[in-house]
Design a protein around this ligand. Structure first.
Ligand code: F6P
Length: 488
């Protein structure tokens, strides 16, 4: 088997380099081992490469990493534009933040088509293509247009919202019809799966039978594959990392005080303002907790060119400084707020140092920080995870203290409860969560998806053509309309 994995962001194999976001960090160890070719953006743009994609290729474990320069004329419209100002807010149910122009949509389609052309050089007869995330919803259809007949899988790392919200994305129908060129579509949770299927049935008039939908593109299987982590490896890394200089310095600075930790990209989906407000409320309601616990909030800057992210950055900085101003003392800072990234090793040590992990997104596909926080704990004296019930991870980590991130008082109470939880209860909750993490590992996720993708091809070979199926929906022209015509 030849596997080609595609994602916008790729990771280089260094545990000590800061990594933005869960996808790249999670994929790195499994892709390295599998011998796959991982294709993604180099982070650079270039003019004049529309027809001839340029890739820098380096070894990655048993496989290779191919980093593509993306076309300069379309990068902004694709990344800051359609992907992160139309799709991202909609996928996280923030329709109020959707900003999309026809030009951005055109750029999104152009970059997807460009990536499709670039992938041709990695195609062999037995290649499986596995495409990651919302940046490449239409890449499968573009590959089919180029004559690619190999299995095409797609996994979405974000949530998939209810029909009325995804309908807020301009060209939603075209995008979702194009997604059906994939043989296998994977989601993080059963809610995402249900929402997607309800769009297919109610809006596209398609029939779904046991997760299989037949469209003019052929058969597509839709299924749930919750992404995991390598919990054992992360636990070992955390145990070693306590002697890392950054981690030792943090411990010394605490002077017996407890620590709560939050680690997020600075993104409106992460619920950072509500989290800081919950700490504010907690210190107001429980003045005895002043000096007894502080919050270390790492918020890595992200997508800074987008207005909503700039606003959030200033609002959050103002709120943190306001809370520190009101609750702080000459020798005590309630919130240590950092905008820089850390490598995985240091993070593992920081998680292990903190008695409480606060992962309270308003909405999140999975949230691997929640899983990493649990895996990093000392089994003899584990910390407590305070987790949003709107993170995909809450389905598995139901022994965490689950909170509603919109309920500031409820979160303040949960953090105070976490801080005073007896050891026996902390251990019981932690063991239950570790058991889930061990069985739902990243290796399992990877193997399950690849196996299902291989099977989807076998299903296809034995299935009738869509046109032979009685009552099959009126075909739409999968790619008959020209890209620019679709913009109107
Ligand atoms: O699924 C969302 C995701 O791809 C995550 O893996 C990661 O947290 C984030 O988006 C990365 O975003 P960006 O590449 O824009 O920094």
């Amino acid at each position: 088997m030849n596997l080609v994995v595609v994602s916008n962001r790729v990771a280089r194999g260094k545990a000590n380099e800061p990594m933005t976001g869960g996808l790249a960090a999670a994929l790195l160890p499994v892709v390295e081992k599998s011998g796959a070719i991982w294709v993604g953006s180099s982070g650079r743009v270039r003019d004049g490469i529309q027809k001839e994609p340029f890739a820098e290729i380096e070894a990655l474990g048993a496989g290779a990493l191919a980093m593509l320069d993306l076309p300069a004329a379309h990068y902004g419209g694709y990344y800051e534009g359609f992907a992160n100002s139309a799709l991202w807010p909609a996928l996280h149910s923030r329709t109020d933040l959707i900003r999309a122009s026809s030009e951005d949509f055109l750029s999104y389609r152009e970059v997807n088509a460009f990536m499709a052309r670039a992938l041709l050089r990695f195609r062999k007869p037995d290649t499986l293509f596995w495409i990651q995330d919302y940046h490449f919803l239409t890449l499968g259809a573009d590959l089919r247009d180029l004559g690619v007949r190999q299995p095409l899988g797609f996994f979405l790392h974000t949530p998939w919202p209810v029909r009325s919200i995804i309908a807020g994305v301009p060209h939603h129908r075209e995008l979702i019809e194009a997604m059906l060129a994939y043989d296998l579509i994977g989601f993080q949770t059963s809610d995402d799966y249900d929402n997607f299927l309800s769009y297919l049935t109610a809006d596209l008039g398609l029939k779904v039978d046991d997760g299989v939908v037949v469209s003019p593109h052929g058969r597509t299987r839709v299924a749930v594959f919750p992404i995991g982590i390598d919990a054992e490896k992360f636990a070992r890394q955390a145990a070693r990392a306590v002697s890392h200089p950054d981690v030792s310095r943090l411990r010394r600075s605490l002077n017996g005080e407890k620590l709560a930790i939050g680690v997020d990209r600075l993104d409106y989906s992460k619920g950072l303002l509500n989290r800081v407000s919950a700490f504010d409320r907690m210190w107001t309601l429980h003045p005895e907790l002043a000096r007894a616990v502080s919050l270390l909030q790492i918020a890595t800057l992200s997508r800074g060119a987008i207005e909503a992210y700039g606003h959030l950055q200033s609002e959050l900085a103002k709120l943190v400084s306001d809370v520190n101003g009101r609750h702080g003392e000459v020798d005590w800072t309630p919130i240590r707020y950092l905008n820089k990234g850390f490598g995985q090793t240091v993070l593992a040590g920081l998680y292990r140092t903190a008695q409480v992990g606060v992962v309270t997104p308003l909405h999140d596909g999975m949230n691997l920080v929640a899983k990493e926080y649990v895996a990093a704990q000392n089994p003899d004296d584990p910390g407590v995870l305070v987790l949003s019930k709107f993170a995909g991870a809450a389905n598995e980590l139901d022994s965490a203290l689950l909170v509603n991130p919109h309920d500031i008082d409820g979160m303040a109470r949960a953090i105070a409860t976490a801080l005073s939880m007896p050891l026996i209860e902390r251990r019981m909750r932690w063991e239950a969560m570790m058991k889930k993490l061990r069985s739902g590992s990243i290796q399992r996720w990877f193997a399950d998806f690849v196996e299902a993708l291989q099977e989807s091809q076998a299903d296809k070979a034995s299935a009738p053509e869509p046109s032979q199926i009685a009552g099959s929906p009126t075909p739409w022209p999968p790619r008959a309309i020209s890209r620019s015509a679709r913009l109107h």
